[in-house]
Design a protein around this ligand. Structure first.
Ligand code: AMP
Length: 279
C-alpha cells in the first residue's frame, strides 16, 4: 500500500489543494479512527474525485476540566487506515500552526450552540465552529462529511455554512454502532469492562423512546421521564441531559412531531458519552 500524503503546514495544504481533482470531499476528525470515521471517508470517496481527511485534536473545543490532554491518539494506525481508504491527503496541523500567538477571531454559532452540548460544555461549539471554519477555508472542499452521532454539531455546522454563505455542501451520514448498539466513539476506549456493559444504557434509552413513540406516545415529557427512569437503574450512569427536540432549532418539544431529535449525554464513570436517534 502506498503511504498516504501527510501535510502539516497550511501553506502546503493550500498549494496541494490547487492540484486536486474536483469534487473534493473532506472529512475532519480528531483521530483515533474507528468505523464511524471510516464510513464518512467511504461516503466522501464514493462521490468525490479527491478526498482530504484531517486529524486535529482541537484545543479550543475542550473545557478546562475535559480530556484534551488525555485524548486517545494512534497516528500510525490512523494513517494506515486512511491509506487503505485511498484518501488523497491527510491534513495534520499542529496547534501552533492553527492557533499562532496572536490568533483572536472566533466564530459564534448563535442560539443553537447554547443548548444541549453547548449548555453542558460552555465554549465547546465556539471552538468547533472556529476550527471547522478554518479547516474549510484551508481545504476549500466541495462537500464536507459529518456523523449523525454528533447531531448538534452537524446542525451547527450546516447553519454556519448557510449563514456565512460558504460555497460548499455539508453531508451528514448515519451513526455507526457496535454490534450491541453502542455508538462508536474514540472515547469508548476509556471504558473498563463494567463501564462498557453499563454504556449500553444510552442506546437502550433511545430505543425505549422510539418504541414508546411507535406505540403512540406523543408526550415528549413522558419519553424523557421513561428514559431517565431506565438510565437511573444503571448505577454507573449519571445523566447530563435527556432531550426531545425539534431537529433544526433544537427547541425542546412538548408534543413529539417528527422529525424529532432524541438525544442524550450520560456519564459512565468518568467518561461522558453522547448518542441520539431521530423519530
Ligand atoms: P471526532 O473524531 O470525534 O471529532 O469525529 C469526527 C467525525 O466523525 C464527526 O463528524 C463525527 O460526528 C463522526 N463520527 C464519530 N463517531 C461516529 C459514529 N459512531 N458514526 C458516524 N460518525 C461518527
Amino acid at each position: 500500500m502506498t503511504p498516504v500524503k501527510v501535510v502539516e503546514k497550511i501553506a502546503e495544504m493550500r498549494s496541494l489543494r490547487r492540484g486536486l481533482g474536483e469534487p473534493v470531499g473532506f472529512v475532519p476528525t480528531m483521530g483515533y479512527l474507528h468505523e464511524g470515521h471510516l464510513s464518512l471517508v467511504r461516503g466522501a470517496r464514493a462521490e468525490s474525485r479527491s478526498v482530504v481527511a484531517s486529524i486535529f485534536v482541537n484545543p479550543t473545543q475542550f473545557g478546562p476540566r475535559e480530556d484534551f490532554a488525555s485524548y486517545p491518539c494512534d497516528t500510525e494506525r490512523d494513517l494506515a487506515l486512511l491509506a487503505e481508504e485511498a484518501v488523497d491527503v491527510v491534513f495534520m496541523p499542529s496547534a501552533a500552526e492553527m492557533y499562532p500567538e496572536r490568533f483572536g477571531v472566533y466564530v459564534d454559532g448563535g442560539k443553537v450552540t447554547e443548548r444541549l452540548e453547548g449548555a453542558c460544555r460552555p465554549g465547546h461549539f465556539r471552538g468547533v465552529t472556529t476550527v471547522v471554519a478554518k479547516l474549510f477555508n484551508i481545504v476549500r472542499p466541495t462537500r464536507a462529511y459529518f456523523g449523525q452521532k454528533d447531531a448538534q454539531q452537524a446542525v451547527v455546522i450546516k447553519k454556519m455554512v448557510a449563514d456565512l454563505n460558504m460555497d460548499m455542501e455539508v453531508v451528514t451520514l448515519p451513526t455507526v454502532r457496535e454490534p450491541d448498539g453502542l455508538a462508536m466513539s474514540s472515547r469508548n476506549t476509556y471504558l473498563n469492562p463494567a463501564e462498557r456493559r453499563a454504556a449500553l444504557v444510552l442506546y437502550q434509552a433511545l430505543r425505549l423512546a422510539q418504541r414508546l413513540w411507535l406505540e403512540g406516545e406523543k408526550d415528549a415529557g413522558c419519553l424523557r421521564r421513561e428514559m431517565i427512569a431506565l438510565i437511573q437503574r444503571e448505577p454507573l450512569a449519571s445523566i447530563d441531559y435527556i432531550s426531545v427536540a425539534e431537529t433544526e432549532t433544537l427547541d425542546e418539544l412538548d408534543k413529539v412531531k417528527p422529525p424529532a431529535l432524541v438525544s442524550l449525554a450520560v456519564r459512565i464513570g468518568r467518561t461522558r458519552l453522547i448518542d441520539n436517534i431521530v423519530l
